[in-house]
Write a protein that binds this ligand. Sequence first.
Ligand SMILES: *[C@@H]1O[C@H](CO)[C@@H](O)[C@H](O)[C@H]1NC(C)=O
Ligand SMILES: *[C@@H]1O[C@H](CO)[C@@H](O)[C@H](O)[C@H]1NC(C)=O
Ligand SMILES: *[C@@H]1O[C@H](CO)[C@@H](O)[C@H](O)[C@H]1NC(C)=O
Ligand SMILES: *[C@@H]1O[C@H](CO)[C@@H](O)[C@H](O)[C@H]1NC(C)=O
Length: 494
Amino acid sequence: MNVAVHIFNVLIFFLGESLSEPSNKKFPENFKFGVATAAYQIEGGWADDGKGVSVWDQFAHTYPDRVANGDNGDVACDSYHRYLEDVEMLANMGVNHYRFSLSWPRILPTGYTNQINEAGVTYYKNLISALKENGIEPFITLYHGDLPQTLQDIGGWPNPLLADIFAEFARTAFSLFGDDVKNWTTINEPKQTCITGYGLGNSAPGAPASGIGEYDCMHTLLRAHAKAYHIYDEEFRATQNGRVSIVLDTAWFEPASDSEDDIEAAERALQFEHGWCAHPVYHPDGNYPQVMIDRIAERSQKEGFSKSRLPEFSAEEVDYIRGTFDFLSLNTYTTNLAKWTTDHEIGTPGYYADLSVSTYQDPSWNGSAWIKVVPWGLRKLLNWIDQTYDHPEIVITENGYADDGRLDDPDRINYYAEYLTAVLESIYEDGLNVTAYTAWSLMDNFEWTSGYTIKFGLYQVDFENPNRTRTIKSSADYYKNVIANKCLVDTCEE
Ligand SMILES: *[C@@H]1O[C@H](CO)[C@@H](O)[C@H](O)[C@H]1NC(C)=O
Ligand SMILES: *[C@@H]1O[C@H](CO)[C@@H](O)[C@H](O)[C@H]1NC(C)=O
Ligand SMILES: *[C@@H]1O[C@H](CO)[C@@H](O)[C@H](O)[C@H]1NC(C)=O
Ligand SMILES: *[C@@H]1O[C@H](CO)[C@@H](O)[C@H](O)[C@H]1NC(C)=O
C-alpha cells in the first residue's frame, strides 16, 4: 500500500467513525438494486425429476454431524416447487435484478453434456420467463457450490480436467438460456470452495489436502472461468449481447495499527484473500499476486517440496485468463483487523500458515456472528479495488446481515442503511464506478454448515411448515422504499 493510499484510508477511518446518519443523496438514475440466492440454499427437490446428486447432497447426507442440527438442503425453501412465490416477493420489492444460480446436476445429471435433464431446463426457463413478465432481470451464476458428485468422484476441482468439463456446462447454459439473460457470472466465491472444500475440508465435498488441495482447486477454477468467458466471447456475445464475470468475496482488512508492519500485514491479507483469484483476472498484469508466489515457493522449499505448492501458470495461460471480465463482481459482508505476526513455523502446510497474518475483529464493533457492522470498511475496500484493478465497473453481488429470523429486524435495516451510505459515498465522494447492489438474501435459507441457524432473509421462511410459508420482514419494506425512491431517507436532495 503506498503512502497516499494510507493517508486517505486514515482520513476516511476518522470520517467513518462519525458516520451514523444515512446519506440523503439519491442513487444514480441507472443504479440497479437486486437480491440474491443460490440453488442448493433454496431449491430443495434434491432428487426430483431426474436431478443428479451434488457434492452438497452427498456431504449433508453422509456427515450430518458436520452441519448444524444435522440439517440439509433436501427441501430448503422448496423453491423448485414454489418459485412463483419467490417471483411475487421479488416483484413486491420492485427489484431490478434477481441473482440466482443454476444447479449443474439438475441440468446435467451426470455432470457431462451426454445427458440433458429436460425437467431441470424447464424449471429454469419457467423461472426466467416469470421474472421477465415482472420486469426483473435474471442475473445467473453458473456455479454456486453444488458440483455434480460424479465430478467429485474423479477428484473434483483439483483435477485440471474439470476446467473443460465446466466449459461444456457453461456453453450448454449460454445456449439454453442466453437469449433471455444479459448478466452471467461463472463461479461464486472460488476461495470458499477451495479453502473449505479442498484445503480444510470442513465443508462439501470434505476432501482436506491442506496447503495443496486449495491451490490446485483455484488453479482449475481460474482456467474454467476463463474458458467459459472465451466461449461466451467467441460464440454468444455477438447475438446475445450480455456480459460475464466471476464472483469474488473478501472482507476489508484494516491495519491493526499504523505501524509499517501492520500496514504490510493488511495488504498481504488482501492479496491472499482477494488477490489470489482477483489478480489473475482483474489485474492488468494477470497471474497470482507476487507476494503469494514468493511466500508459498519459499515455504514449500523449506518444507522439502521439489517445487512450489502454488501451481504455475504458463505465459499463455496468464494471457488467456487476464481480462476475462466485463465488470468486477464483489461479495462482501464485514471488516477484519490485520496484525503483523512472526511467520508460522514450518510444519503442516496450509493456506493460513502461508499467509501468516493475525486477523480479528474489534470487540467494540456491533454485529452478529462474524458480521460486524463496519460500513467504512466497505468504502475502503471499494477504493482499494478501484486503485488496485485499474478503475473497473463494480457490481456488488452480495452484502447482507444475519440474525435469528425475527420479522421486526431493525438491525438489518440499520446494516443496509449504513452499507448503502458507504456505497453512495464511494460513488459521489470518491468517484468510483459502482453500478449495482445485490442484497443477500431474498429469504432465509440453508446457510451451508450453519444449517438453518443463521438467517439472512428479507423474507422469513417457516421451515417447520411443509408449505415453507414466506412472510415479509420490516427490512423488505425498507428495501422496497429504497428501490422505489433511489434514496435511503424520507426525502433526498435532488
Ligand atoms: C445487466 O446487463 C445489462 C446489459 O449490459 C446492463 O444494462 C445491466 O445494468 C446489467 N445489470 C446489472 C445488475 O448489472
Ligand atoms: C450498536 O449497538 C448499540 C446498542 O444496541 C446501538 O445503539 C447502536 O446503534 C449500534 N450501532 C451500530 C453501528 O449498529
Ligand atoms: C462505468 O463503467 C462502464 C462500463 O465500463 C462505463 O461505460 C461507464 O462510463 C463507467 N462510468 C464511470 C462514471 O466511470
Ligand atoms: C399448506 O397450503 C395448503 C394450500 O394452501 C393448505 O390447504 C394447507 O392447510 C397448508 N398447510 C399448512 C400446514 O399450513
